[in-house]
Write a protein that binds this ligand. Structure first.
Ligand SMILES: [Zn+2]
Length: 447
C-alpha cells in the first residue's frame, strides 16, 4: 500500500470507529486531515499491537528563518521511526499534517501573515502500521514577516549588531519585495563556509560599473548595515524622481552598482560571537591559540587570523602573527577572501571602487600613485569628502592593502571611507549619523 493509501485506510478505519466524523462535514478526506484522531482513537487502532506506544516529542525550538519559513525542532525520541508535524491557524482548531519526517527538525513554508500553531507526534512502525504517541504540547509561532515586509525598512541595526544571518535574510526579503531591480549571488565561500555575496543593482549591461564594498575587517560590521540600508533605500525610491531629469532607477540603468556588503563574514562572526562564532572545529581550536583572543570584539582578521587588508599582492610584506589584526598571511593572496575580491575586480573591471571601513570619519585615497590615476583618485576623493563631510586623510603606507593592488596594479581608483567615531565595533549611536552621511553617497557619485 502506498503511504497515502495507507493513511487513507487508517483514516477510514478511524471514521468507522468514530461516528463523529462525517464525509459531509468536510467533503474530502485528505491525507493531511488529522482532526478526527483523538488519543483514544489511536489507542484503539493499535490495540492489537504488542508494541508499546512511543514517547511523545517536545518542540524545543522554532525560528523564523526567512520570509516564509518557520523552522521547528524537537527532541529526538529513542526508537522512533519518525515524526508527524501538524499545523493549525487556531489553537483549538483543525490541525493539518504538514509533514512526516525521520528528522527532528522541519522547515515549514507558510503564507506570510499569520499566527500558526504546531504540534508533533512520534511514531514507530510495526508491520506497515504506524503506532503513534500522544501529541506534543502546542506551540504558537507568530509570523511577523508581513509587518516587516510592509515596513518601509527591512534593514535594521539592533543592539549594535548586524549579523551575517540578518544580512542574508534581508537580501532574501529585499529580493521578494523588489524582484526586478537587483540580483545577487555568491561570489565565493569563506573557510568557515559562509557566503560572500555580490549584489548587482541596476543594469548589468550598463557602460559604467562601480563597486561598493564593505567589512573586510570583522569588527567594522556596522558598515555592512550601511551598505544594505543604501541598497534598500535606492530600491525603495526606484521610481521616484532623483532630480528633475532622472528617477533613481534611471541612474542605476546608466551605471550598474555592484555591492559586496560583507567581505569577511567569518571575521564578523568572531567579533560578534567569539570563537563560538566559528562552526568548523579545527578552525575554532586554532583560533583559540591566536593573539588577540582576550578581546574577540576587536577582531579584524578572517577565521585563519589573517588580516585580509594586508594580504594583497602589491607591496605585500610579511608582518605580524596569526591573530586579531595585522597578520599578512604566509604569502600574498594566500586567503580565499583576498582571491574572491581580486576575481571580482578582474572580472568586472570597475570604473571605481569605494570601500567602507571604520573608524575616523576620514577619506583615504593616496597610496603613492602618480600620473593620471593620481588625478582621477584625488578628484573622486574630493567628491566623496564633499558629500560625506569627511576630510581627506594623509598618504597611507603601502603594505598589501586592497587599494595598493587596485590603484597601483589595476589602475582603478579605490577610495577608503572610514565611517564613524569611537572604538570598533562602533556603538549603535554612530549608526544614524553615519547613515545620514552615506545615504545619498552612491547616487551622488553616479549622477
Ligand atoms: Zn578597516
Amino acid at each position: 500500500m502506498s503511504k497515502i493509501n495507507r493513511v487513507l485506510f487508517i483514516a477510514v478505519c478511524a471514521c468507522l470507529i468514530n461516528i463523529r466524523c462525517a464525509f459531509a462535514e468536510e467533503n474530502v478526506i485528505s491525507d493531511t486531515d488529522v482532526n478526527y484522531y483523538s488519543s483514544e482513537d489511536l489507542n484503539s487502532e493499535s490495540e492489537d499491537s504488542e508494541m508499546e506506544r512511543p514517547k511523545s516529542a517536545k518542540i524545543i525550538k522554532y525560528t523564523r528563518k526567512y520570509a516564509r519559513t518557520i523552522k521547528l525542532k524537537w527532541k529526538k525520541i529513542k526508537n522512533a521511526d519518525g515524526y508527524c508535524v501538524y499545523r493549525s491557524k487556531e489553537k483549538d482548531g483543525r490541525y493539518r499534517r504538514v509533514a512526516t519526517t525521520a528528522e527532528n527538525t522541519y522547515e515549514d513554508k507558510v503564507k506570510a501573515t499569520d499566527t500558526y500553531y504546531y504540534k508533533v507526534r512520534t511514531y514507530i512502525e510495526n508491520e506497515n502500521k504506524k503506532i503513534y504517541s500522544d501529541y506534543s504540547s502546542i506551540i504558537k509561532v507568530k509570523s511577523k514577516v508581513k509587518n516587516k515586509k510592509n515596513k518601509l525598512r527591512i534593514v535594521e541595526i539592533r543592539e549594535k549588531l548586524y549579523t551575517y544571518k540578518e544580512m542574508h535574510n534581508d537580501l532574501k526579503l529585499l529580493k521578494e519585495k523588489y524582484p526586478d531591480y537587483f540580483t545577487y549571488k555568491v561570489a565565493g565561500k569563506t573557510y568557515d563556509g559562509r557566503n560572500i555575496y555580490i549584489i548587482c543593482l541596476g543594469n548589468k549591461n550598463a557602460d559604467k560599473k562601480i563597486l561598493a564594498q564593505s567589512t573586510i575587517h570583522g569588527r567594522e560590521y556596522m558598515n555592512s548595515a550601511i551598505c544594505m540600508a543604501q541598497l534598500e533605500y535606492y530600491l525603495n525610491n526606484w521610481n521616484a524622481m532623483y532630480d528633475e531629469k532622472f528617477t533613481y532607477g534611471d541612474l542605476f540603468n546608466r551605471t550598474c552598482v555592484y555591492m559586496m556588503p560583507m567581505l569577511n563574514p567569518d571575521g564578523v562572526c568572531i567579533s560578534q560571537f567569539g570563537a563560538n562564532g566559528i562552526k568548523n572545529k579545527e578552525l575554532r581550536n586554532k583560533l583559540k591559540g591566536m593573539s588577540g583572543i582576550s578581546n574577540y570584539e576587536r577582531w579584524k582578521a578572517n577565521a585563519r587570523g589573517v588580516d585580509i587588508n594586508r594580504n594583497f599582492s602589491n607591496h605585500w610584506e610579511r608582518t605580524g602573527t596569526p591573530g586579531s589584526s595585522m597578520y599578512s598571511g604566509r604569502k600574498a593572496d594566500s586567503e580565499r577572501e583576498t582571491r574572491i575580491i581580486k576575481r571580482i575586480v578582474n572580472k568586472y573591471n570597475f570604473d571605481f571602487i569605494i570601500s567602507y571601513h571604520s573608524m575616523g570619519n576620514l577619506v583615504y585615497w593616496d597610496i603613492g600613485q602618480s600620473g593620471e590615476i593620481y588625478t582621477e583618485t584625488y578628484k573622486l576623493a574630493r567628491k566623496i569628502s564633499k558629500i560625506t563631510g569627511y576630510p581627506l586623510g594623509e598618504q597611507s603606507e603601502p603594505e598589501g592593502l586592497s587599494y595598493n593592488w587596485t590603484i597601483l596594479d589595476k589602475n582603478i581608483p579605490e577610495i577608503i571611507i572610514e565611517n564613524g567615531y569611537g572604538v570598533c565595533p562602533l556603538p549603535e549611536s554612530e549608526y544614524k549619523k553615519t547613515w545620514k552621511k552615506n545615504k545619498d553617497l552612491i547616487t551622488k557619485l553616479i549622477r
